[in-house]
Structure formats: structure tokens, C-alpha cells
Design a binder for this molecule. Structure first.
Ligand code: IPM
Ligand code: MN
Length: 357
């Protein structure tokens, strides 16, 4: 008998709810085809809810999220709320409180999608970034003294624990082994300057590497990684890195795979509740217009199904994404697709239902 997946839906802000609705449409199509059932539970978190109630992530909401099989998130970020409040009070709080210590971000160029990189195609751009998701500069350590005076001091510290670094590196080696593509794992760091934090990362990396003789353990500085991602993206198979560097290089990754309309990711706690999201943000100026590309959100749904063990259904969704990108969409940008947000979701849902192999 098939299992019912209990999935929290956080549409969130801006265009988040619209793109998540398309992901749900596609999930339902895959469910019908593959006899998978879901229990979708709407969770009102985001800027509107904050302005109406003054609440961010409450202990009650957190407890209820802990009982879910997964969380499907649209976007968090509202133009009328000061930057940092929703990001820290909802998105980062979710990642930290649910100990989603991996942020998994595939960078894959599909057929029919333009990359700004000259002379590079789908065979060159296919790698995955494993970003540490609970520590580093994001941990919130530091403080400010004499604020607003000429003597102001601001300190923001990067926290790197042996446990946090090791579990992330272990996940990346396991992921690279399972992926079995290039069998190469690159540590992205800055050992020439950040000699405390990345010394810990580098030592741990090469220690764990001994347990994976089939995988080439490789190292590059973050600045060089940015250069190679543009010049020779085919060199990468899996990259593992800290929270801040991972944040930065995955926006670069999103651009070389066709933009924010495509890029999806998972905040993963392998032993707990994971959360899946398009990485593009809330795009408030397009809210309600039906012009935003839902493929990133649909890609996040695909990663969610993979993580839930529904690999067949996940593959149907990927086939749908591939088909629509190759044959149907004119462009990926908002308003330029030749289809509305919901038509794109419909095309993929139909393909999943009727044509996927
Ligand atoms: C991301 C975003 C977030 C981050 C922000 C919104 C807090 O940029 O998911 O990459 O920095 O992690
Ligand atoms: Mn980011």
C-alpha cells in the first residue's frame, strides 16, 4: 500500500503562493499516475501574516511542522517588512530549528535553455553544490558596540563546529558516491586567509576522504571556484562548502543554468523534516500577474519527491521539466515565457500524467 505524505505548504510572500500552486498541481499529477497520496497542510507564514499578527515562526507552528514528512516553501521576503526580520525570523529559523544542515542545490543546464556562458552546453553544466546550512556567518554570533557613533564596532563571527563541518562533508561524500557521475568532490574554501575556519574544514575533508577511495577529493579557493564556474564548469561534479560561500556561489550557479526561474534546492535534515524551495525569492513586483516561471518551484517538488523516496515520480517530473523547457517555453523570464504561470504548470502536469516514461 502506498504511503500518504504529509506535506506542509508555506506559500509565503509575493509570487511564492503562485509558483507553489503549480508545484502542487504537478505533485498531484504524479500522485495520480503513481498512486501516491498526500495530505497538504497550509501554513500561513510570511510577510502578510507577520503584518497582520506580529508573528514569525511560533513554537506551536514549529511543533506542528515537526510532525510533517516534508515542507514545501514558496518564498519569504516582503517589501513592506524591514530586511532581515522575515529572513531570520522565518526562513533561517526553520532551517536552524529543524536542523536542516544541508542545503542541496543542483546546477544543471537543460536542453533548450540559454546559458550566458559562451560555448558551453548541457554536457558542461551539471554539478551539485552541498552548502552547509546551519552554521558559519549565518549562526548569528557577534554583536555591535557604540551603535550609531563614530566609534561603532560591528563583529560578525563565523561559527564552524567539528560536528557541523563533518556531517556536511560526510553527506557530500555519500551524495557524490550515490550520484556516481564524476566521482569528484571539491571543497570550496579560503584556506589562504580564513586559516582557522577552513583549516578545520580542510582537515576534516581529507580525513573523511580516506573512507572514500573511489572519490577524488579536490580543493579550490572560493574566488577561484567563481572563476572556474564561468570558465570551466565541466570540471565540477559535487562541491561542498560553508553557508556563506554556498549562498554566493549558488546564485552564480543559478545564472549559468538559466536563471532564478529554474534553480531549486532542498534544505535537508537526513534524519528529520526537510524543506524544499525555489531559490529565487518572492519577486513582489510580479505578484498575482501570472507571469513568473514556476519551473524552479516544480524542480523543488521533484527534489522533495526524491528525498521522500518517490524516485519514479520524481523522474516523471524531471522529464516534464525537460520536455517543456526544450519544446514549449520561448524564454524563461517573467512575462516572456509565451505561457502563463499556470499554463506552464499545466503543461508539465499533463506530461507527467500522460507521457512520462
Ligand atoms: C538563499 C537566500 C537566503 C540565504 C536569504 C533569503 C536569507 O539568499 O536561500 O540563498 O541567504 O540563505
Ligand atoms: Mn541566496
Amino acid at each position: 500500500m502506498s504511503k500518504t505524505h504529509k506535506i506542509a505548504i508555506i506559500g509565503g510572500d509575493g509570487t511564492g503562493p503562485e509558483v507553489v500552486a503549480e508545484g502542487v498541481k504537478v505533485l498531484k499529477a504524479a500522485g495520480e499516475r503513481g498512486n501516491i497520496s498526500y495530505d497538504f497542510i497550509d501554513v500561513p507564514l510570511g510577510g502578510e501574516n507577520y503584518m497582520a499578527t506580529g508573528e514569525l515562526l511560533t513554537p506551536e507552528t514549529l511543533e506542528s511542522l515537526k510532525t510533517m514528512d516534508a515542507i514545501y516553501l514558496g518564498a519569504i521576503g516582503h517589501p513592506d517588512v524591514k530586511p532581515g526580520i522575515l529572513e531570520k525570523g522565518i526562513l533561517l529559523d526553520l532551517r536552524f530549528s529543524l536542523d536542516q544542515y544541508i542545503n542541496l542545490r543542483p546546477v544543471k543546464l537543460y536542453d533548450g535553455v540559454d546559458t550566458p556562458l559562451k560555448n558551453k552546453g548541457p554536457e558542461d553544466i551539471d554539478f551539485v553544490v552541498v552548502r552547509e546550512n546551519t552554521e558559519g556567518l549565518y549562526a548569528g554570533a557577534g554583536g555591535v558596540l557604540k551603535k550609531g557613533t563614530p566609534d561603532e564596532v560591528a563583529v560578525q563571527e563565523s561559527i564552524n563546529t567539528r560536528k557541523g563541518v563533518e556531517r556536511c562533508i560526510r553527506y557530500a561524500f555519500e551524495y557524490c558516491k550515490k550520484r556516481n557521475k564524476g566521482n569528484k568532490l571539491t571543497l570550496c574554501g579560503k584556506t589562504n586567509v580564513l586559516t582557522f575556519a577552513f583549516d578545520l574544514w580542510e582537515r576534516t575533508f581529507y580525513e573523511v576522504a580516506k573512507e572514500y577511495p573511489g572519490i577524488t577529493a579536490d580543493y579550490a579557493h572560493v574566488d577561484a571556484i567563481c572563476m572556474w564556474m564561468v570558465k570551466n564548469p565541466e570540471w565540477f561534479d559535487v562541491i561542498v562548502t560553508d553557508n556563506m560561500f554556498g549562498d554566493i556561489i549558488t546564485d552564480l550557479g543559478a545564472m549559468i543554468q538559466g536563471g532564478m526561474g529554474i534553480a531549486a534546492g532542498g534544505n535537508i535534515n537526513p534524519e528529520g523534516v526537510s524543506m524544499f524551495e525555489p531559490i529565487g525569492g518572492s519577486a513582489p513586483k510580479y505578484t498575482g500577474m501570472g507571469v513568473i516561471n514556476p519551473i524552479a518551484a516544480i524542480g523543488a517538488a521533484q527534489i522533495m519527491l526524491e528525498t521522500l523516496g518517490e524516485t519514479q515520480a520524481a523522474s516523471w517530473i524531471e522529464q516534464g521539466i525537460i520536455k517543456v523547457l526544450r519544446d514549449d517555453l520561448k524564454d524563461l523570464g517573467a512575462g516572456k515565457m509565451g505561457f502563463s504561470t499556470s499554463e506552464v504548470g499545466g503543461l508539465i502536469a499533463d506530461f507527467v500524467k500522460n507521457s512520462a516514461q
